[in-house]
Structures are given as C-alpha cells and as structure tokens.
Write a protein that binds this ligand. Structure first.
Ligand SMILES: [Zn+2]
Ligand SMILES: [Zn+2]
Ligand SMILES: [Zn+2]
Ligand SMILES: [Zn+2]
Ligand SMILES: [Zn+2]
Length: 617
C-alpha cells in the first residue's frame, strides 16, 4: 500500500498531483497494523494515516469500485454495504494510496535544540510543493550553513476516546510560571541519562522544566483534551485539527502521554469471517463481483428490473453456467438477506462451525474434505476436516488508544459511511472437533480447578467474551490450538506468524461448539503456503498431535510453569508461558490468554486432569 502525504491546508481533490509517495507497506499490514488513525514513521517524516472520508475521491471512482469486496455475513453484522481493500502497488501502476497527515508537527533540532512546529523552524525551501521532504533546521542553516535534520517529537498526547494531539510543550514548561507572551522553546537532552529527567525544556523567558513524570497516569491533570482527531484532517476553517466538540468545549477523559512508537497508540478492532456456503459458491462469487451493475437494476421498477436481470443472464450465460432458476435463487440470496434479519458475531461463529462440521463442500472458496481421525484419538477427537481452500475477509471497525479493551471505538471517518476498510485473504486449514460428551465430562470434573480463572475473566473484556461460568472448554481448545501451531511451525517451517487459529467453543444448549480451526490466510490470491492441508491427512496429523502433546508435557520453566495458576496478562494463564505455549500476537485470537497445558496432559500429581491423558497411558 502506498501512502501519500497531504499538502498543508489544501483539499486533496484539488491537489492530487502534489501527492508524493511517502512510503509503502505490505498489504497484509495495511489495516491490522497501519489502519486509519495509526501513527507511522517514514524515512522523511512522521505521519498519521488519514480516515476513510476521502478514499473514494483520492482513489478515483473506477479504482474505488474495483477495490470493493463483499462478505455477506460480515455486511449483515456490521450493517455495511461493502468493504474496500487498500490499494497495493501490485494492483495498479497509478497508485493513489492513502493520505497521511504530518503528525506530530512538533520537531526539534538535535544540534541547536530549537523546538517548535516543523514549519516554524525549518529551513525555507523553494520546493514547497514537495510535502514529503526532509525538514532541516533553519537556525543551524543560517548560523553554520549546514543541514541538520529535524527530529519529530517522541511524545504525543491522547485520551481513551482516541483523540490525539501534540505534547503541550509550551504549557508544560510554563506550568509553574504561567504562560509568557513570547514563548520560544528549546530542548536539551542529557547524554548522561536515558531518563525523562534528562530531557529539559526551556523557554527564552527563563522558564525551565524537565519531562520527569510525564508518563504517569495523571501527569497532565491540569490539561484538557479538546477532542482533536488529526486523522480526520483539519477543521473547516483550517484552524487546528478536526474535532466533534464545539469551540472551547473539552472532552471528559483525562489526557495521557504516549510515546509515538509504542503499542498503546493504536489498537485496531478487527472482525473477520470465513466465507461459507451459500455465499462461497462459484455462482454467488460471480454475482458479487458484478454487484455494482446488479445493484443498479435492483433499484429499478419491477418490470425493468426483470428485463435487466434477464439480459444480464443471457449475456453472462457462459460465465454463470447455471439454470435461470439457480440464477434467480442466487440473486435472492444476495439481495434478500433472509429478510434482513440482523446477526451477531456469535451467529457467525456458529455458522462457520456448522459449515466445517457439515458434509464435504467443494465451493471454490470453501473446499472441505473429511479426513480420518487417527486411531490413538478415537473417542477424544470426533472429526477432522481438511480445508483445501478458504476465503477470509477481515474488516477494520475502528480503533482504540491507551487500552485495547476500554472506551468507545474511535471513528474512521467524520460521517458514518456505508462501508469499512477490509482485506480479502485466501488460505487453507485443518479443522479438529473434539468429542462433545467427553469434553462436557471433562468440564464437570475440572470445574474447581478453573474457578479462579473464571473469576479473573470478569475483570477482563477479552476473556469475558470467550469464557463464562462452566465454559472452561475454551482453555482446553485454545491450548490445543497453540501447541499444534507450535508443532506445525517446527515441523513444516512455517513462520509462526503465518498460522492463525479460530476457536469454536460454546456450551449453550442450542449451539454446542467444541472445535478448532488452524489456518493460513494471506493476501496473495493463491493463498497457500503449500502443505498445511496436507498436514491434515491422518498419518501426518497423528504425528503432529502426538508430538504436540509430548511437548505439552515439558517446559524449560517447569516445575514452576506446570504448577502455576497465574501467569501472563492479568494472570489469565495457568501452565502456559513463552517457553511452552504462547504464540506471536498475530496468530492468537485472544491476546495469549486462557492457556493451560495441564488441561491437555494433566499435572504431575493429577494426570487424569488432562483431556488427552489416556493417549499416553
Ligand atoms: Zn538547529
Ligand atoms: Zn516563556
Ligand atoms: Zn478526548
Ligand atoms: Zn511454560
Ligand atoms: Zn491463541
């Protein structure tokens, strides 16, 4: 994906030709790591990725339409009409990319210490049209005739609503003396210490403060958040960043100081779905790719609509390869949405789970083949499915800052749009379903062991969505998924980050779920790293499972690890640490929590606690 830097104070529709490519990133990171609102460091500048308000404008209508994708179930869940993929360099010669606003604007000179917004202290250049340029210190150029590159401020401020602004250097240095009439700031960074105490801000009036304590929770209690949203551009009058607040109004959330490159600057909220029957069929996918046209017909009066639909059928008969009846049934599916009944994320998981458990399916984007359960696992594992091909759509709903699980989602656009940014990924996988009866017995038997983890989940947003009273099977399924992924990476040489998991776990009587899907999903349309599906063949799977369980019985941190009941984030892991059970963030659906090796193989004084204990006895 290409990023373009937006000229200051200009509307992008007028200045398209001024856009310069500021940098590029891989498509797979384009919404997960670098979505609208994220901060990004380019070689020449630091920026914030702009919201989606102007995507259609900057991409151009034709291009924009080409980048639309559909995932009907996700559209129903999110109440959107379609999703749009960020454009990649591979897509087109003329990339229009995504706009970047220069942020933070505060910079300092490492030589003379000048500290201000870049355009106030930078060396004047004739090349003002080139907004993606290095900024050099104007003061050093004047006095020494040398180019010294300005460095962007390391700190920004934010609140839990996602608002973001410059660190208030001016107010901070004058917080005891009161503001002065002519502030002129400089920074002095001590080489003797790395601490914030060693960073001293000075003003020409004599005021002086170091930055000690700015990272404290309430360091900025004297300051207010004015709701700036730099990723949504400037205010209409061009005075300051866009905000939803009225002039002079402040937001209720306290301001916090964040470091530009830190994780807590951007937590994307992403939902993903597998495309499953009936939407995965060849016919359905063709109709979706022509949705632009078909949707227009749909808005016409009935007679005309029918004529156009018929015309489309006749024209595309060779491509559609179906009877008129099948064609019309498919249209109803696309447009009928089963009477537009809204569905939620849980319905989606239930749908995926039943599609995986169902008879083999040979849709182009959902190809499943039953595989035989290895003999050693009869009675423990009920079903194994090889997923020869799958399509996953991931969509960015919004983002949070400071904490991943608190506060409202920050918006991606000024006005709510009828679409969101999304990515279409392809891959393959292995689905394993455990024996429901055996698992529910295991749950009853081990309820006591997990009472502590259940009470801790009540404090935690992530965990509470996955595990409820009695639903401790999630720990069993999740740990199994992690150990199998670790084993597959070692055995087949995948990078751990390329494998992902989906845990299907529910004890509600109308939709019992008890399975895991381990899969790859990448932006290349061939999607396959080769061979993950092959690992689902009985012989291979037997070895993988046995080795995964074997490795579950040992951790370099044992006996501390195996006996532990509080490891990891918010003490939400029992026997599970970096050495034995954790995965890279991108592979885990839930932040590497709710893991316990003992759920699989038991502990030294209680073997039978392990679901798979019998395999080894
Ligand atoms: Zn300088
Ligand atoms: Zn001053
Ligand atoms: Zn705020
Ligand atoms: Zn461990
Ligand atoms: Zn996980």
């Amino acid at each position: 994906m290409a990023f373009r830097i937006k000229p200051k104070n200009k509307d992008e529709s007028q200045v398209k030709s001024f856009f310069k490519i500021a940098g590029e990133i891989r498509k797979s990171q384009s919404i997960t790591t670098y979505g609208p609102g994220a901060l990004i460091d380019f070689p020449r500048m630091s920026g914030i990725l702009a919201g989606i308000d102007n995507w259609e404008n900057t991409l151009g209508k034709t291009n924009f339409n080409k980048l639309k994708i559909h995932e009907r179930n996700l559209e129903r869940i999110l109440g959107k009409k379609y999703f749009v993929q960020p454009q990649t360099k591979e897509d087109e010669k003329n990339i229009h990319g995504i706009i970047v606003e220069r942020f933070p604007q505060f910079c300092y000179c490492p030589e003379c210490g000048a500290l201000d917004r870049y355009y106030k202290i930078e060396k004047k250049t004739n090349n003002t049209k080139d907004y993606n340029r290095d900024s050099f210190c104007g003061i050093c150029f004047q006095s020494k005739g040398r180019d010294v590159k300005l460095i962007p401020s390391r700190f920004v401020v934010s609140c839990k609503c996602g608002h973001m602004d410059e660190f208030p250097y001016d107010a901070w240095v004058h917080r005891k003396t009161g503001r002065c009439a002519e502030p002129k700031l400089s920074i002095e960074i001590s080489k003797k210490t790395n601490s914030l105490e060693g960073i001293i801000i000075k003003c020409q009036c004599g005021a002086k403060e170091n930055l000690d304590g700015i990272m404290d929770r309430n360091a900025l209690y004297q300051f207010k958040c004015y709701g700036s949203m730099p990723w949504l551009g400037k205010k209409e009058n061009n005075k300051g960043w866009y905000t939803e607040l009225e002039q002079g109004e402040a937001c209720d959330e306290p301001l916090r100081v964040l470091q530009r490159g830190a994780n807590n600057v951007y937590y994307p909220d992403i939902v993903s779905a597998l495309t499953i029957p009936p939407y995965s069929s060849r016919l359905q996918r063709i109709l979706e790719s022509d949705m632009e046209v078909l949707e227009q017909y749909n808005e016409m009066p009935e007679v005309l609509r029918k004529q156009n639909y018929d015309y489309y059928y006749t024209k595309n008969k060779d491509r559609l390869r179906c009877s008129p009846e099948q064609y019309y049934d498919s249209l109803v599916l696309e447009f009928g949405f089963e009477n537009n009944k809204p569905i939620n994320i849980n319905d989606l998981l239930v749908g995926e789970y039943s599609a995986l458990c169902d008879e083999d399916c040979s849709d182009p984007d959902f190809l499943t083949i039953e595989s035989e359960v290895p003999e050693e696992f009869h009675g423990l594992i009920d079903q194994v499915k090889i997923v020869g091909r799958l399509r996953e759509v991931e969509v960015l709903k919004g983002f949070r800052r400071i904490a991943a699980d608190e506060g409202e989602l920050a918006p991606l656009s000024k006005k709510a749009m009828d679409w969101l940014p999304g990515n279409e990924l392809f891959g393959e996988g292995i689905f394993i379903r455990l024996n429901e009866d055996k698992v529910s017995k295991w749950e009853v038997k081990n309820a006591d062991r997990y009472s502590m983890i259940i009470s801790r989940t009540k404090e935690n947003f992530y965990a509470s969505t996955k595990i409820s009273e009695g639903n401790i099977r999630y720990v069993l399924l999740h740990t199994l998924a992690h150990l199998v992924i670790r084993e597959l990476t070692m055995k087949c040489g995948y990078s751990t980050a390329s494998l992902k998991e989906k845990i299907y776990s529910s004890i509600s009587s109308d939709k019992l779920m008890c399975g895991i899907l381990i899969y790859t999903a990448s932006a290349d349309s061939d999607g396959s790293l080769g061979g993950l599906a092959r690992q689902g063949v009985t012989e291979n799977l037997r070895d993988t499972l046995l080795e995964a369980l074997e490795s579950a019985s040992w951790c370099s941190n044992d006996p501390i690890c195996i006996d532990s009941k509080s490891q990891g984030y918010a003490s939400l892991n029992y026997a599970g640490c970096h050495a034995c059970a954790l995965l890279p963030e991108t592979s885990c659906e839930i932040n590497n929590i709710l893991l316990d090796r003992a759920a699989l193989i038991g502990t030294s004084d209680n073997n039978s606690l392990g679901y798979f204990y019998s395999v080894f006895s």
